[in-house]
Design a protein around this ligand. Structure first.
Ligand SMILES: Cc1cc2nc3c(=O)[nH]c(=O)nc-3n(C[C@H](O)[C@H](O)[C@H](O)COP(=O)(O)O)c2cc1C
Length: 357
């Protein structure tokens, strides 16, 4: 039985272990959505992960969800990412970019544009804006002939990601953002080929994944999903059937992996594991849930058939997480106050474990 510390072949990449750094937005990009030297240091500190998945990166200005997040839609952004990917590679790591289109989870004060979504249904809750949280605005429903350009935006960003030195991309199909909005039965009220039936609601996800595979190759394309997750008010009436259909279509594309959050009943997730012929990455907890992923949850999911395990919060506070898990030394606690603010504090200031003689 493989453990977290056995190597794993992921597409063309040889991962030295099965510990993945989960994507985490840290809103520390410079104006213009540019990556910074601090971001290079942050990811380089965590390069002992088998694979790093970056924070969510917008594929277009209108796809930007939060202020202060980086992009992959301008040449300057590509150039700014290059030192980040170089730093990770120099330190022996591998990094995918998470391509995140926020859809309706956005605000005109952030992008200068009215957000778009499958339907004119607002997200539930407040979205982040440059002046603080504000109620989620009603998005503009995309016309049928506009939908493909948003699916293609993921592929264009993937091409730029590879130009910037990323080893691949993960499409953000989870947590109530654009792909997840299309999958939903209450955020997507469309009556055209992108809404209604399961076959129609999965179409956007499949088109985005297919275009990305065409752009950068299947071995460089992963996708993250949160079955039944309910983030920002998205609901799915039919989670098991919806994801069974989605995985069947995605399987034809033979992507590098799917990355599941443990947002559905274990029985549903294990069923999806059995149905998926390729690499299955699991994040064993729920975003912002009370209990962060640790060794016990990871081992349990390896037993249940996961190939790779992603850790979020534990990686923020423990740049040497792989070594700490391997040796069993305590994990440092995370400071939630610096998740989305603080500059280098709470970002570059977590030390590796201090061994004493
Ligand atoms: C500060 C923070 C930012 C996050 N940003 C993202 C993101 O950009 N994309 C994403 O898919 N998940 C995001 N997540 C969710 C994590 O990837 C992960 O699923 C979650 O933290 C649960 O895993 P954990 O218990 O190991 O922390 C974020 C989580 C945190 C704590």
């Amino acid at each position: 039985m493989p453990t977290l510390f056995h190597p794993y072949r992921l597409g063309d990449l040889a991962l030295p272990n099965r510990v993945v750094m989960a994507p985490m937005t840290r809103v520390r990009a410079a104006a213009g959505g540019l990556a910074t030297p601090s971001m290079a240091a942050y990811y380089a500190q965590r390069a002992s992960a088998g694979l790093i998945v970056s924070e969510g990166v917008q594929p277009s200005l209108i796809g930007q969800s939060n202020p202060g997040t980086p992009g992959l839609h301008t040449d300057d952004q590509v150039a700014a990412w290059r030192p980040v990917t170089d730093a990770v590679h120099t330190n022996g790591g591998r990094i995918f970019a998470q391509i995140m289109h926020g859809g309706r989870v956005s605000h005109p004060d952030t992008t200068g544009m009215r957000p778009v979504g499958p339907s004119a249904v607002s997200a539930v809750g407040e979205v982040f804006t440059p002046t603080g949280p504000q109620p989620a605005p009603a998005p503009r429903a995309l016309d049928t002939d506009e939908v493909p350009e948003h699916a293609l935006a993921y592929a264009a960003a993937a091409r730029r990601a590879v130009d910037a030195g990323f080893d691949g991309v993960e499409l953000h199909g989870a947590n109530g953002y654009l792909i997840s909005q299309f999958l939903s039965s209450n955020a997507n009220l469309r009556t055209d080929r992108y809404g209604g039936s399961i076959a129609n609601r999965i179409r956007f996800a499949v088109e985005a994944a297919s275009a990305t595979v065409d752009a950068v190759g299947a071995a460089r394309t992963g996708i993250r999903l949160s079955p039944g997750g309910g983030f920002w008010g998205v609901e799915e009436d039919d989670t098991p059937e919806l994801y069974a259909a989605l995985l069947a279509e995605l399987a034809r594309l033979q992507p590098a992996y799917i990355h599941l959050e443990a947002t559905a009943d274990e029985e549903v997730l294990v069923g999806l594991r059995r149905a998926w012929p390729g690499t299955f990455v699991v994040n064993p907890s729920v975003p912002m849930g009370p209990k962060q992923t640790g060794r016990a949850e990871a081992d349990r999911w390896l037993d249940l058939g996961a190939d790779l395990i992603s850790f979020g919060r534990a990686f923020i506070a423990n740049p040497d997480l792989v070594e700490r898990l391997r040796t069993g030394v305590p994990l440092a606690p995370v400071d939630e106050d610096t998740f989305y603010q603080g500059g280098d504090r709470g970002y570059l200031t977590y030390p590796a474990y201090q061994y004493t003689a």
